[in-house]
Design a protein around this ligand. Structure first.
Ligand code: FE2
Length: 459
């Protein structure tokens, strides 16, 4: 009985103690207060850095990218990252970049909540609990995406992870995660998201059974969507993004600290005898960050018709084709529904994009049942989808008064222009596929009345 309370107290303490810088993509500067003056002034690479630190640049864009997209940070650390033993391949578990493991499946797919192994059965940390469910493209050509489910019950101990292939957008669904990065610490709880960009090392502490979703993008970084006629404000506002502050540990690990590197779709590990979280100060615009979905300023229809879900875009990873995303991260937050003479739930739809959905909490508005928190669905390119029978019938006759929509709910979508393949784990191994999903549309019946005339109402 005492132990959970202690755990709870320590989490509260962390929430209070953790500090953040704010602003999306700003030029930040941070130094651990234990070492004042550790950030060199007026230059990046002094002959000798303050406190005898090593200077190391982490590049997130080509050196020559235009200023608007140029990303890099300078890290001032006790030892440089290069001081490690050679990388060797390790077992990838259920992490995969093989999109040809099983035959393509264009059906509507829905998964029941993914199983989290109990710690008493087997200890699983964030990296060993990564499962690739679908994706497309190729990390070698820097083009594509992958969707992973993480389920874990144990903190990473003397282990950190680095994704050389792309960015991770992490969506916790169950359990807070404390992420220690080279830039500092972030606590991310369900209904918040975080982005760990390509190459940034991080380690994840958990506080019980933990589950969430990851959108990995190989060839681009996430940015805020353009607002067009919406104007200067709205949707996810830049000031609400939080960035960790510098924090370091000078810790020797005689037994070996393991760096796990996801490289060209495979996992490799190497050993070093010190903690990689040895960055005393840093500056730059290439950082991890987090965002609370409660801060999303929702724009929606106030007259008639159902707006396209792009109005709910939090972050986008743009392709080189104008207006076409490699992947958008879209949410369906609590809001008012007020549209007149309108079928208010999402419309029936066939899309040239892939739509992967997850549910953080609550009850999704287009499905009366079956889509549960911690589960998922995939509506592939041109695969028909839309409200189930109950949702259609109820909302075709409902009195159209102002009402709260999605109260207590947070559903999200990873929408991609890539045609995603489902992995063997997703279709078979996880054993969470709901084979009866198609049945939610079977009762839909024809309301066609050839005798209908403009003056007669449909009944
Ligand atoms: Fe859709």
């Amino acid at each position: 009985i005492i132990s959970p309370c202690k755990e709870h107290l320590s989490m509260k303490w962390l929430h209070i103690e953790l500090m953040y810088l704010t602003g999306f993509g700003n030029e930040f500067a941070s130094e651990d207060p234990r070492c004042p003056g550790s950030l060199p002034e007026g230059q990046n690479s002094p002959q000798v850095c303050p406190y005898g630190l090593y200077a190391e640049q982490l590049s997130g864009s080509a050196f020559t990218c235009p200023r608007a997209t140029n990303k890099r940070s300078w890290l001032y650390r006790i030892l440089p990252s290069v001081r490690h033993k050679p990388f060797t391949p390790i077992n990838c578990g259920n992490l995969s970049e093989n999109w040809n493991e099983v035959e393509p499946d264009p059906n509507q797919l829905r998964w029941m909540p993914f199983t989290v192994t109990k710690a008493s059965e087997k200890k699983v940390d964030f990296v060993s609990g990564l499962h690739t469910i679908c994706g497309a493209g190729d990390s070698k050509s820097r083009s594509g995406i992958a969707v992973h489910i993480y389920t874990c019950n144990t903190s990473m101990i003397n282990r950190c992870f680095q994704n050389s292939d792309g960015d991770f957008l992490i969506v916790p669904q169950k359990g807070e995660i404390l992420i220690t990065t080279e830039f500092g610490k972030m606590m991310v709880e369900p209904n918040e998201i975080c982005v760990i960009q390509q190459g940034m090392r991080f380690s994840v502490d958990v506080f019980g059974e933990t589950r969430g979703y990851i959108l990995e993008v190989y060839g681009a970084h996430f940015e805020l969507p353009d607002l067009g006629p919406i104007g200067a404000n709205g949707l996810a506002n830049p000031r609400d993004f939080q960035i960790p502050v510098a924090w370091f540990e000078e810790r020797t690990v005689a037994s070996g600290y393991t760096i796990i590197n996801k490289y060209q779709g495979k996992l490799f590990s190497c050993q070093q005898d010190f903690s990689p979280f040895n960055v005393v100060a840093w500056h730059g615009n290439y950082t991890p960050y987090k965002y609370n979905l409660e801060n999303f300023m929702v724009i929606n229809c106030v007259a008639f018709d159902h707006a396209d879900p792009s109005i709910f875009t939090v972050l986008t990873a743009k392709s080189t084709r104008p207006g076409v995303a490699i992947a958008d991260f879209v949410i369906f937050p609590p809001r008012w529904g007020v549209a007149d003479r309108t079928f208010r739930p999402p419309y029936y739809h066939r899309n040239c994009m892939s739509e992967f959905m997850g549910l953080i909490k609550g009850h999704y508005e287009a499905k009366e049942e079956g889509f549960q928190p911690g589960g998922a669905s995939l509506h592939s390119i041109m695969t028909p989808h839309g409200p189930d029978f109950d949702c259609f019938e109820k909302n075709s006759t409902a009195e159209l008064k102002p009402e709260r929509v999605a109260e207590g709910t947070m559903a999200f979508m990873f929408e991609s222009s890539f045609s995603m393949a489902v992995t063997k784990w997703g279709l078979e191994t996880c054993q969470r596929l709901d084979k009866s999903y198609y049945k939610c549309w079977e009762p839909l019946k024809s309301h066609f009345n050839p005798n209908w005339r403009p003056s007669s109402p449909i009944v």
